[in-house]
Write a protein that binds this ligand. Structure first.
Ligand code: AMP
Length: 196
C-alpha cells in the first residue's frame, strides 16, 4: 500500500502521518525529516540541502529521487509506505511511478489536506515557536507556499490523469477531528487485503 499525504506547508501532514501509517501498517517516510536529520548530522547531503531548505526552496529532483530510491528499497518499505513531503514536483511523481512500476506497484491513494493560507501561516509560526525550525519564518513561509503552488500542486493533476484516487480532506480543526476525517476515508483492512 503506497499512500501519499499531500498538502501545503503547515497543512498537518507531519502531525497526522504517524496515525495513518500505524493504521496502514507501513512506515512513515518524510523527506523533510530525512533531510533535517542529514543537516543535523552534518553529512555532505545535509550541507548541500541546508541553505536551500532555509531559503524555502526545493532540493533538486535528482538528489531527492536518489534519496527516496534508496529509502524505498529498505526492507521495512516492502509492504508499502506512507509518503509525506514527496513527491513535490511532477518529475518526482514520474520517477516514483517508474520506480514502483518496476516492482509491479503503483501509488494507491493520495490524501490532500486542505487548509486556507491564513491558517497555514498561523500554524507555521506556532511551530516556529515550539520547534525552532529554520524555515518556519513568515518570509520563508511565503516562498515555501509559492513553491507549493508553482511546483507541487501540479502533482495532483498528474495523479488525476493517472486515475489515482485523490481524496480531499478538510484539514481545519483539532488534530483529533482531522484524524477522524482521514481515517473515515482510508481503505478498510479488508480492502487493503484486496488491493495487495
Ligand atoms: P517539509 O518538512 O516537508 O516541509 O520539508 C522541508 C524542506 O525540505 C522543504 O521546504 C524543501 O526545502 C525540502 N524538501 C523536503 N521534501 C522535498 C522534496 N520532495 N523535494 C524537494 N525538496 C524537499
Amino acid at each position: 500500500m503506497i499512500v501519499v499525504l499531500f498538502g501545503p506547508p503547515g497543512s498537518g501532514k507531519g502531525t497526522q502521518a504517524a496515525g495513518v501509517a500505524a493504521h496502514l501498517g507501513v512506515p512513515h517516510i518524510a523527506t523533510g525529516d530525512m533531510l533535517r536529520a542529514e543537516v543535523e548530522r552534518g553529512s555532505a547531503l545535509g550541507r548541500e540541502a541546508a541553505p536551500i531548505m532555509e531559503a524555502g526552496q526545493l532540493i533538486s529532483d535528482d538528489l531527492i529521487i536518489r534519496v527516496m530510491g534508496s529509502r524505498l528499497a529498505e526492507p521495512d518499505a516492502a509492504a508499502g509506505a506512507l509518503l509525506d513531503g514527496f513527491p513535490r514536483t511532477v518529475a518526482q511523481a514520474e520517477a516514483l511511478d517508474a520506480l514502483l512500476r518496476s516492482r509491479g506497484r503503483a501509488v494507491d491513494e493520495v490524501f490532500l489536506l486542505q487548509v486556507p493560507d491564513d491558517v497555514l501561516l498561523e500554524r507555521v509560526l506556532k511551530r516556529a515557536a515550539e520547534e525552532g525550525r529554520a524555515d518556519d519564518t513568515a518570509a520563508t513561509f511565503g516562498r515555501r507556499l509559492a513553491a507549493y503552488r508553482d511546483e507541487t500542486e501540479p502533482v495532483l493533476g498528474h495523479y488525476r490523469r493517472e486515475r489515482v484516487p485523490v481524496v480531499t480532506v478538510d484539514g481545519v480543526g483539532t488534530v483529533e477531528g482531522v484524524a477522524e476525517r482521514i481515517h473515515a476515508a482510508l481503505p478498510r483492512p479488508h480492502q487493503l487485503g484486496q488491493a495487495s
